[in-house]
Ligand binder design. Structure first.
Ligand code: 6R9
Length: 643
């Protein structure tokens, strides 16, 4: 057996052993209704559902627990007050290690959430309204999510690194009339002008989609403009008045989260209340084998789905303690992650391969000079982890004592889908492992034919699961087109995958025009659209290429308008332009000017060739005879930037 790392022994309180996994997985497929109704008992329902999944992938119509009702904020916060009000819900670790950290018990979090919910109500937010959150990684960000859930508003969190242009598209896309933000955010030595960006985004909006209220949290105290009647300081409108949780149907929307796809603008993926909650609660419980009193730290920002499910909802639904870290891994130095773990005695640490690779490069001393004995379990998410980085994480960080869970999932899946369970499965470095309960992966070839046994193909899921996204907000046709049209009747993930002879899944990366930069999804079409908005740019084609730290980097081919000249200054200007249009995560790594793009005679850009050249692997370009201008390829190779 290749590269098997044995799982450690669990304790008596381990939630799932190998035998239990086999039995439960079998049961979850044989009788999904019974299985998921039992799992639904993790939550407090106002009306307990009598049915679990009612769904079809053709036509696409998905519902779970449709006759149940509950409130997610009640489940995440209020219900813990009676017995565990003094348990710590959140530990806040600020950007600077010299600023005080802060712990909030469930009781304190409850007051914060009530105040936030009352502030939202004071601005006029009611059930069903979309509220855009554009926040730093501070407790108030999670509190604002919970406050929305409390009053039945739908949150749409936009990562604080997105530009005003990207933000405007996401505000307009879901017709959000309310925003919660802070004066500024802090990341290392940088200040992020959040409120200024909000003002700039609002200025870009169509006059027909006005923003009625902006709630501003004072965080850095930096100077910002406040517009009378529209902008409100949180402390001016917050109140401790009684604010009951609104009873929600299981299928009422909980949140929208924008994510990149292979075509067009980012999609507002919609998750609903009951099924998402069961999925977040159950995956957190089993994957991390969470034990009461443990400190859990997921280093993702709440602007991504990982932050939704495993900073906020998963931990709190389990009555757990979750760390909220405002800063970055390399400030004030490369030991910061490990200092945070020591300072707060973190037991479970969950981060992205890109961060692991970046820290690995800085050498072992940053890690070995720290204690880290509190660690029991490690996790990764966001992209495939290369075995070398896995080994370093396992041996140097985890001292070969901590199981690693490599969790494969997506914004659209709500929570973990494929992962080993820590005390049930042995690990294989680089493989995500086995399907979670109820998950039925299917590998198909490009024609959609199912592949059996050990095989390499396109990863589909054949049966719905509670945490599945229900639609694209306001555009169900786009939902069908994006996920159910390539292989009709199946949910297509967009990922390539290999299944080995032991039934372990190895994600090989995206097979569509999506690239994964530092664990963040970026549509090549989005970067192309940004580039062609520049007055000097005529055409652009963007591809990914392997990058040591980021997993994939962004490589842009650009043709200029007639009469324009290439220059280093223009390269710099275009990189800056993309940052402004989308945000720093979209900054091109390489930009190559070219007189033309390789196209077939029918005008289709041959991306395969562009990818090869970007990878600096131009020896194997394959058949180029269908190109309209075969000589172009030599010129492209000549001008390649990734040497
Ligand atoms: C949770 C999250 C989803 C895409 C997904 C895949 C990649 C995520 C992975 C992984 C290999 C893992 N991905 N986890 N690839 N191993 N453990 O990242 O959601 O931002 O929607 O990205 O990320 O390509 O399709 P999201």
């Amino acid at each position: 057996m290749r590269d098997l790392v044995q799982r450690p022994e669990g304790t008596a309180s381990t939630h799932c052993t190998a035998e239990q996994y086999d039995a439960m997985y079998r049961q979850s497929l044989a009788n999904p209704d019974a299985f998921w109704l039992e799992q639904a008992q993790r939550l407090d329902w106002s009306t307990f559902p009598t049915k679990a999944g009612e769904w079809s992938f053709d036509p696409v119509d998905i519902a779970w627990y449709s006759d149940g009702s509950l409130n997610l904020c009640h489940n995440a916060v209020d219900r813990h007050l009676a017995d565990n009000g003094d348990t710590v819900a959140f530990i806040f670790e600020p950007d600077s290690p010299d600023s005080p950290s802060r712990s909030l018990t469930y009781r304190e979090l409850h007051s914060e959430v009530v105040r936030m919910a009352n502030a939202l109500k004071a601005m006029g937010v009611t059930k069903g309204d979309r509220v855009t959150l554009y926040m730093p990684m501070i407790v108030e960000g999670a509190a604002a999510m919970l406050a929305c859930a409390r009053i039945g508003a739908i949150h749409s969190v936009v990562f604080g690194g997105f530009s005003p242009e990207a933000l405007a598209g996401r505000i307009e896309g879901c017709e959000s009339r309310f925003i919660v933000t802070a004066d500024e955010g802090l990341r290392g030595t940088k200040r992020v002008p959040l409120k200024d960006n909000i003002d700039a985004a609002i200025a870009l909006l169509d006059a027909n989609s006005p923003v009625d209220g902006v709630l501003v949290i004072r965080h850095t105290g930096g100077k910002i403009a406040m517009q009378d009647g529209r902008d409100h300081w949180y402390t001016d409108v917050a109140s401790d008045a009684d604010c009951p949780c609104v009873e929600m149907h299981a299928e009422d929307p909980l949140f929208i989260l924008y994510t990149s796809g292979s075509t067009g603008k980012p999609k507002g993926v919609l998750h609903t209340t009951g099924g998402y909650a069961v999925w977040a609660a159950a995956t957190f419980y089993y994957t991390f084998d969470y034990q009461p009193g443990e400190v859990f730290w997921c280093s993702a920002d709440i602007g991504w789905v990982t932050g939704h499910s495993y900073v906020t909802y998963g931990p709190l639904l389990n009555g757990g303690t979750s760390v909220i870290f405002e800063g970055v891994p390399n400030y004030p130095d490369h030991g910061r992650f490990w200092d945070v773990i020591d300072r707060h005695k973190v037991n479970i640490f969950y981060t992205a391969p890109t961060a692991i690779r970046a820290l690995m490069r800085e050498g072992n001393d940053w890690v070995t000079s720290r204690d880290l004995s509190s660690l029991r379990l490690l996790g990764t998410v966001g992209e495939p982890i290369n075995p070398e980085a896995w080994r370093w994480y396992y041996e140097v960080v985890g001292k070969s004592n901590c199981p690693i869970v490599d969790t494969w999932w997506q914004t659209e899946t709500g929570g973990h889908m494929i992962t080993t369970l820590p005390y049930a499965h042995d690990m294989k470095p680089g493989s995500a492992g086995k399907p979670f309960f109820g998950v039925q992966p299917l590998l198909v070839d490009n024609e959609g034919n199912p592949l059996e046994g050990a095989a390499d193909g396109n990863l589909c899921i054949t049966h719905s699961w509670p945490g599945q996204a229900r639609t694209v907000y306001g555009d169900h046709d786009r939902f069908i087109e994006a996920y159910f049209s390539t292989f009709p009747g199946r949910y297509f993930t967009g990922d390539g995958c290999r299944r080995d002879e032991d039934g372990y899944y190895w994600i090989t990366g995206r097979v569509d025009d999506v690239i994964n930069v530092s664990g963040h999804r970026m549509g090549t079409a989005e970067v192309e659209s940004a580039l062609v908005l520049h007055p000097k740019v005529s055409e652009a084609a963007v591809v990914g290429f392997p990058h040591d730290i980021k997993g994939q980097g962004i490589y842009c081919y650009v043709t200029l308008m007639e009469g324009e000249n290439t220059s280093a200054a223009l390269t710099a200007e275009l990189r800056q332009w993309v940052r402004k249009e989308i945000g720093p995560i979209a900054t091109p790594d390489h930009l190559q000017f070219t007189s033309g793009l390789p196209k077939t005679r029918s005008g289709k850009i041959m991306r395969r060739i562009l990818r090869k050249i970007a990878e600096n692997d131009y020896g194997a370009l394959g058949d180029t005879s269908t190109l309209a201008d075969p000589s172009l390829v030599d010129r492209l190779i000549e001008g390649r930037q990734n040497r």
